[in-house]
Design a protein around this ligand. Sequence first.
Ligand code: GLN
Length: 192
Amino acid sequence: MPLIGVLALQGDFEAHEKAFQEAGAQTIQVRAAADLARIDALVIPGGESTTMLKLLEIESLMAPLREFGLRKPVFGTCAGAILLAKDVVNPPQDSLGLVDITVERNAYGRQVHSQVANLQLDHEQPPIEAVFIRAPIIRRAGPDVVVRARWKDSPVLVQQGRHLVATFHPELGASRRVQSLFLDMVRSCNNQ
Ligand code: GLN
């Protein structure tokens, strides 16, 4: 059973822990670089990316997280997606740069604070409910990035190698299929 670390500096990390436990994983909360040595993969939750970035800098976690991402899977959702992106606009800000995408923050407009959409993950199964909260839009995806789901013509779930990015909040919907997809990625990384 993979041990999933959930970055617990800010945001809805408890909901991610519960969702991954429901999908069959063990979880721990990650607050310091030493926690990274124990885990098979890391989840960076939604929240507020500027605040999370400040806390990562205060805790000296930027370099350890970048280094972790060179070896192990990382799943970023919403603010976590912004932190994983290579380039961030509106406004530009620093990031871990582990996934070759450009994201625009708060890109669905000021009025649209939250929306629930039906997302088709694959053709065999019914769509899942995806909750978008002040979400970013993926404006560019590099050649090694695989788009796993789109909404309103933009990619909203993408994979690059061992890393997964969602601009929505999979922990807030009822389905655990996105968590299961990430756990499959973690298992195949462990077996390599
Ligand atoms: N709007 C937030 C940001 O730019 C992200 C929102 C979220 O994680 N739900 O950081």
